[in-house]
Design a binder for this molecule. Structure first.
Ligand SMILES: *Cc1c(COP(=O)(O)O)cnc(C)c1O
Length: 364
């Protein structure tokens, strides 16, 4: 090796706020039962995987993907029931679409508001993209605090309000009338994030025509295609046209487009899996509620938030027993003692409940 011409990297060009934080941590799940990330635990059945492989083998990997896959978007719009006159755009997961909405709105001093605790990406994206983020604490039992949120909208005049419906990490659906009050009061955009639609089966999509400032954000991740990274944002074409300007031209790759194009013809498979997950959610909820030392909160998502005496100790003990869930207690003061478990297969859920009961027994 030659001697360096200049001393080591001078990180002072990196933003102070970026240097101050650590990277979004994705824990290693090797060898563990993975119940931490709201993934669908079921894979695709055999004939479908083979046919999918066939389709993917025909994709021209030497070519850029289409910059505007109009036929694909029309097919997706039909499959999801996009109301007539509305438009959708594609993102590399809904994570990217959260960034694009904020980037397009990030005038100096612009603010982003969300009930809090909620999806961490709203806060991270707002900060990275140059906006101020204001989280409005949830009320009792993690319900939307309508008055507090309306007061924040009034005081902050946010460019964008994000509302996760159902909310992550709490799992509940907020009151629709309270959200309508926010839609009426908000001076800017209101993005309703329906990542958990397959498990809640309640949507704002049909309200798009009624509220010109409403956008509905969706993803295929929780339905069972997390690895493909496809999100979509629905709303009035005037808004979408502006967001399209900040979208990187080839943000959704050719393999994803081909895979989803194929899988849209087999949505019934995913719907059946979602139905199985909903049934398992009820069984897991009953088991948690029958476990001494556990308080489990109602869920309309594919995960359950529950409280124990010591979240960190319980998380570590479960991990030692081969089960990975998520300790959300550090996220917010209101989540003290709280853990979040994704609904898995019946066997995974049984293993989790067994390990949890053994863990809590030992610590008594
Ligand atoms: C998981 C999740 C997403 C995820 O999105 P991707 O499409 O996988 O990027 C978005 N919003 C909420 C509230 C989520 O929990």
């Amino acid at each position: 090796m030659n001697a360096p011409i200049r001393p080591g990297p001078d990180l002072s060009v990196i933003r102070d706020d970026v240097r101050a934080i650590s990277a979004y941590h994705v824990p290693d799940a090797t060898g563990l039962i993975k119940l931490d990330a709201m993934e669908n635990p079921y894979g695709l059945p055999e004939p479908l995987t083979r046919e999918l492989g066939q389709r993917l083998s025909q994709v021209a990997l030497n070519r850029y993907p289409p910059a505007d896959p109009a036929a694909f978007k029309a097919k997706l719009a039909r499959a999801v029931g996009l109301p007539a006159g509305m438009t959708l755009m594609l993102g590399n997961g809904s994570d990217e679409l959260i960034h694009l909405v904020i980037q397009a709105c990030a005038r100096p001093g612009a603010k982003v508001v969300s009930p809090w605790p909620s999806f961490v990406m709203y806060e991270l994206a707002a900060k990275f993209d140059g906006c101020r983020f204001v989280g409005v604490p949830l009320g009792a039992d993690f319900a939307l605090d309508r008055d507090a949120l309306l007061a924040a909208v009034e005081a902050q005049r946010p460019a964008v309000v994000f509302i996760a419906y159902p909310n992550n990490p709490t799992g509940n659906l907020f009151d629709r009338a309270a959200i309508e009050a926010v839609l009426a009061a908000a001076p800017g955009l209101v993005v309703i994030d329906e990542a958990y639609l397959p498990f809640a089966r309640d949507t704002w999509l049909r309200q798009l025509g009624r509220w010109p400032n409403l956008l509905v954000l969706r993803t295929l991740s929780k339905l069972g295609m997390a690895g493909l990274r496809l999100g979509y944002l629905c709303g009035d074409g005037a808004w979408i046209g502006e967001f399209e300007k900040v979208r990187p031209p080839y943000n959704v790759n050719a393999l994803t487009l081909a895979a989803v194009d194929f899988l849209l013809d087999h949505l019934d498979v995913f719907e059946q899996q979602a139905q199985a997950i909903r049934a398992e959610r009820a069984r897991l909820m009953a088991a948690l509620r029958a476990t001494p030392g556990v308080t489990a909160f109602d869920s309309d998502a594919n995960f359950i938030l529950f409280r124990v005496a010591d979240a960190a100790a319980t998380f570590a003990a479960l991990r030692a027993r081969g089960i990975l869930i998520k300790n959300v207690a550090p996220m917010h003061a209101s989540l003290g003692g709280c853990l979040r478990v994704t609904v898995g297969t019946p066997a995974e859920n049984d293993a989790f409940v067994g390990a949890l009961r053994a863990t809590l027994q030992v610590s008594r």
